[in-house]
Design a protein around this ligand. Structure first.
Ligand SMILES: Nc1ncnc2c1ncn2[C@@H]1O[C@H](COP(=O)(O)OP(=O)(O)OP(=O)(O)O)[C@@H](O)[C@H]1O
Ligand SMILES: [Mg+2]
Length: 481
């Protein structure tokens, strides 16, 4: 007959779970998840980078009684397999512990329900190592009162405060300074602002870091007139459905400075394109096409909202940090279909095709646009007098040079800059013009005197960059001198 023995994990498990891969910002976001799931409307993070002894996160959520805090402090106190309220941001019953111990060695939770007293419990990794038991420390009243910042919690009717102390990872790294910690705080602010932007807006939640509200973020500029909203589409999986909606932001030169700030997520607009996956309104992954397409210039302003309910967590391989999620295959193939449709050359590129620079006005331009079905390219016009001269002198050398230039013309780069409202410098120095004209003059051969002057004048009138200028006769004068 088989027999069983109990094999509980060693308390050192908490030590091993420290390196699950949280950053400061993802760890803090995990604590804030819990506050939001507890219906908090005000969440305050306090951290003194000059005296980095404690980091506290206070909320005015429903709070917990002693039993609930003990359960909250227990690893997997709630089963990951259990159904969750559709507003619950949690899944694994781990976040509070794993996120905290990724940054510190001492975690205290003090809480209070509407009609209850303050209760407090703490895990201390050093204490666990000493006792070798799962020895959760229960704080007595005096100890609770000694917890930094607890007076603010006491002043509220209900709520919870998470206190991290012994901040060995967050603040104990060698060479850490207040300045570096402040940089961490900036990242924390940005991260919180982004991942909770929808929740903040929808539920009117206020989140502060050291007393200052975090900034507003609006990745889709959904209410701006220039934003193109795609249709809402639904992908069904099992009993749940995933909502998809594409947005194309207005061109950058049509955005106000404020819009740009609201919509800036990462290093550049090009980087920020992609899917934005929300789980219960909380952004879990963003600015990626899941390798379906490349982050191209013509999709640079496209951002696609994907809304997933928490009932699909098992399909999305959500990780403990809620920072990684991959679409299940049946959703992925549908998303790919949507993306392929969008990744076709944008309308902008189409309308450009009609705007040929071959204007049939007889002017020899340096660049010609060649359009072939849905593609277009720029080619150097070999009939242009200056180029024709060079080709006559060194046919193969010049030809390969021109091909090199044509094939590397930085078209997307240039288009991006123009859209970003940068001003191209198209100025040509007068002396440069005279030199170019002189080369043409020198190669004219045959005619002399007034005839030669008349001839070059008519050539220049029909040659870029002279065509349209009103100082052609002066240029000719300088050349003929
Ligand atoms: N600020 C809080 N207010 C009220 N209850 C809380 C708070 N923080 C944690 N809890 C309770 O503690 C439980 C455990 O939290 P923990 O973050 O460890 O796991 P989880 O949120 O259930 O799942 P996940 O691992 O996905 O975060 C929560 O389910 C919740 O019941
Ligand atoms: Mg949680």
């Amino acid at each position: 007959m088989t027999s069983e023995i109990s094999a509980p994990p060693d308390p050192q498990l908490l030590e091993s779970m420290r390196s699950i891969g949280y950053s400061v910002e993802t760890a803090i976001a995990d604590i804030i998840d819990n506050s939001i799931s507890a219906s908090a409307t005000q969440i305050e993070l306090e951290f003194d980078s000059e005296r980095p002894e404690a980091l506290t996160i206070l909320d005015d959520g429903i709070g917990m009684d002693a039993d609930a805090v003990i359960k909250a402090m227990t690893l997997a106190g709630d089963s990951p397999l259990a159904g969750r309220a559709s507003t619950d941001l949690g899944r694994f019953g781990l976040g509070l512990k794993t996120a905290s111990f990724s940054q510190c060695r001492h975690l205290t939770v003090v809480s209070k329900t509407k009609f209850g007293q303050l209760v407090g419990f703490a895990w201390d990794l050093d204490h666990l190592a000493e006792t070798g038991r799962w020895s959760l420390i229960q704080l007595d009243e005096a100890e609770i009162q000694g917890v930094p910042g607890v007076a603010s919690l006491d002043a509220n009717q209900h709520g919870t405060m998470v206190i991290w102390r012994k901040l060995d990872v967050l603040a104990g790294k060698k060479g850490t300074t207040a300045r570096l910690l402040n940089e961490d705080l900036v990242r924390v602010r940005r991260h919180i602002a982004l991942v909770f932007h929808r929740i903040i807006e929808k539920r009117g939640i206020r989140i502060t870091v050291n007393g200052r509200s975090i900034d507003r973020v609006d990745p889709f500029l959904a209410n701006r007139p220039g934003t193109q909203k795609g249709p809402e589409e639904y992908i069904s999986t099992g009993n749940s459905r995933v909502r998809v909606q594409a947005y194309t932001l207005p061109f950058l030169n049509k955005m106000t400075r404020e819009d740009r700030q609201l919509a800036s997520i990462g290093a550049s607009f090009k980087d920020d394109q992609g899917f934005y996956i929300y789980r219960n309104d909380r952004l879990v992954i963003w600015a990626t096409w899941f390798r379906m397409i490349k982050k191209d210039e013509h999709t640079r302003l496209t951002r696609v909202v994907v809304d997933i309910p928490n009932s699909l967590d098992h399909l999305w391989s959500l990780d403990i940090k809620k920072a990684v999620a991959a679409p299940p295959p049946e959703v992925k193939s549908q998303l790919k279909r949507i993306v392929d449709r969008m990744a076709k050359p944008s309308r902008d590129a189409h309308s450009y095709r009609g705007r040929s620079i071959d204007r049939n006005d007889g002017v020899e331009r340096v660049w010609t646009m060649i359009s072939e079905r849905s593609e277009f390219r720029y080619q150097v016009n070999r009939r242009h007098p200056t180029l024709a001269d060079a080709l006559a002198r060194d046919p193969s050398g010049t030809e390969s040079l021109l091909r090199l230039i044509e094939s590397t013309f930085p078209i997307y780069e240039a288009a991006g800059r123009v859209r970003d409202e940068m001003t191209p410098s198209t100025r040509v120095e007068y002396l440069e013009l005279v030199n170019t004209a002189r080369a043409i003059w020198d190669n004219m051969g045959g005619v002399t005197g007034a005839q030669r002057i008349a001839a070059i004048t008519s050539i220049l009138k029909l040659t870029e960059p002279f065509a349209g200028r009103d100082d052609i006769s002066k240029i000719v004068e300088d050349v003929a001198r």
